[in-house]
Design a protein around this ligand. Structure first.
Ligand code: NAP
Length: 489
């Protein structure tokens, strides 16, 4: 598409049709902005909920919180929603808002250059486009981390990453290995324990497990939510849950707080009371603080790993052979299926898209040290480009929908002076980013994420890349921009 000089409508390009991209499209349209194109590399919407289809996939954020504030859902079946229900929710929202007509599927943006005060965009289909504003809603965890284990190609059974689940693999009565003990590995092991003939969970690092009750919503409750808007709003903004989430956010920012000690007591007690074999209990006991890695919520993981067909293996993976996995102690265990629940490259964000801002500066150059953005949304030298769920946002066990909505509130105010013609471009100043980063890094090192464990929250220099202050402080920061932190001309 070429620019139509008669068209005074600003053009908005959204990268990605996941939760955040859908949000941006809805909000733009709501504000009367219709010149929008969403580019989606896949053939369906949904982002992480499209890509992850493994057995046991569950959102660990309560369903009514993991819901757009403006699109409540009376039909959630459980307190923690199954992954396919989350995907179905987003699909229903896209349908309701008729967003398909503005989404280009199977079309990845490969290159984005800021020229003549607009973004010039090239796509994988060889198309070119332009945008006055680019909204990068590309998600965080979308590039699977495949470990460099020798011999993977020799395995004659099925081997795949958790986010590339091979649904042709028969699971029942099979010999299954799961490598990795993050939220994903724990959910898969819990789901397969009753199905596999034997299930070996390769654990490099044990996890603290927060007990949770994932009750179903009764038909009566769903009927109440359907017919009573106030009841639906009340559960969506459950004051008790609000207090707990805020308390959790205080705990992770203040590791010595009573709130953090309370969490530690709960997870320790969960381990002590749930695992009867003392030897297994010690194998499952982490040597780092609770919530240093993303805290895992599970109702039945400890029960699952105590079944006679399930083993927690700590010997370490040496090599994958034709028939199975040889551990570092020399033991070969034979499997039909090996699942790599080994996580994601969490530092990719908009990449591999090539982005070139003002004066030829590339994103790779801007992020040479680490991915960073002022208030998580704006990068100096990349005007009129904003990120949703970009680097340095709050990610620890919070609803990313709530965070994206707050970020949108902030970004929409940043776009306004350009939209109304007062200015032509806006991006954070280098000074604002430097000051923000200095304060952020100092606080991050003191947060629970910096208390001495390995996790995807850490950047390449071992510093937690997440928002290091409380959730309430994030909300306050997103309420109104301080325009003196922005370069506007
Ligand atoms: P992850 O938390 O990064 O965990 C990866 C796991 O793989 C770790 O246990 C890691 O061990 C292990 N690992 C990596 N390479 C290995 C190797 N070569 N040998 C043995 N073990 C290896 O990844 P994830 O479980 O996919 O979860 C990522 C994030 O996705 C979560 O933190 C969460 O934010 C999100 N998620 C959310 C939900 C939800 O309920 N909302 C569900 C699933 C995922 P080490 O710990 O020793 O490094």
């Amino acid at each position: 598409m070429t620019k139509n000089s008669c068209n005074t409508q600003r053009r908005y390009v959204i990268v990605g049709a996941g939760m955040a991209g859908i949000l941006a499209a809805i909000k733009l349209r709501e504000a009367g902005k219709d010149n929008i194109r969403v580019y989606e590399k896949a053939d369906r919407i949904g982002g992480t909920w499209r890509e992850n289809t493994y057995p046991g996939l569950t959102c660990d954020v309560p369903s009514h919180s993991y819901t757009y504030s403006f699109e409540p859902n009376s039909e959630w079946t459980r307190h923690l929603p199954p992954g396919d229900e989350v995907q179905a929710y987003f699909e229903s929202v896209v349908k309701k808002y008729q967003l398909e007509e503005i989404i280009s599927f199977n079309e990845e943006i490969t290159d984005c250059q800021f020229n003549n005060e607009q973004w010039q965009i090239s796509t994988s289909k060889g198309n070119t486009d332009y945008a006055d504003f680019v909204i990068a809603a590309t998600g965080v965890l979308h590039h699977p981390r495949i470990p460099a284990i020798k011999g993977m190609e020799k395995f004659k059974g099925k081997l795949f990453h958790s986010a590339r689940w091979d649904h042709s693999a028969v699971l029942d009565n099979q010999r299954i290995a799961v490598v990795g003990t993050g939220s994903t590995g724990v959910q898969i092991v819990t789901a397969l324990a009753d199905r596999a003939a034997n299930l070996c969970h390769y654990q490099r690092t044990p996890q603290w497990i927060m007990p949770v009750v994932n009750a179903e919503f009764s038909e009566a409750e769903k009927a109440l939510f359907r017919n009573n808007t106030a009841a639906l709003k009340r559960i969506q903004n459950d004051p008790e849950l609000e207090v707990n989430i805020e308390r959790f956010s205080v705990a992770i920012t203040e590791p010595d707080s009573a709130a953090m000690h309370e969490i530690e007591n709960i997870v320790r007690q969960n381990l002590e009371s749930s695992v009867s074999d003392p030897e297994l209990r010690e194998r499952l006991r982490p040597d780092y603080r609770a919530a240093c890695k993303r805290l895992i919520y599970s109702e039945t993981f400890y029960q699952a790993v105590q079944k006679s067909n399930v083993d927690i293996l700590t010997e370490g993976v040496e090599v994958i052979e034709e028939d199975g996995i040889r551990s570092l102690d020399g033991t070969l265990r034979e499997f039909d299926i090996i699942v790599l629940a080994t996580g994601f490259h969490a530092d990719r964000f908009m990449r591999p898209m090539q982005i070139t801002g003002e004066n030829g500066i590339t994103l790779e150059q801007a992020w040479a040290e680490r991915p960073t953005a002022y208030m998580s949304v704006s990068i100096p030298g990349f005007p009129n480009l904003f990120m949703l769920n970009g680097p340095n946002g709050p990610v620890g066990n919070f609803s990313l929908i709530e965070i994206a909505e707050q970020q949108w509130h902030y970004i929409s105010q940043l776009m306004a002076p350009v939209e109304n013609g007062e200015y032509r471009k806006i991006s954070a100043t280098q000074t604002a980013l430097d000051n923000f980063d200095k304060a952020r890094i100092a606080a991050a090192k003191k947060s629970i994420f910096g208390s001495g464990c390995q996790s995807w929250y850490l950047d390449s220099q071992g510093v937690p890349a997440t928002w290091p202050w409380t959730r309430a402080q994030f909300k306050a920061a997103m309420h109104k921009p301080d325009f003196s932190a922005f370069h506007m001309i």
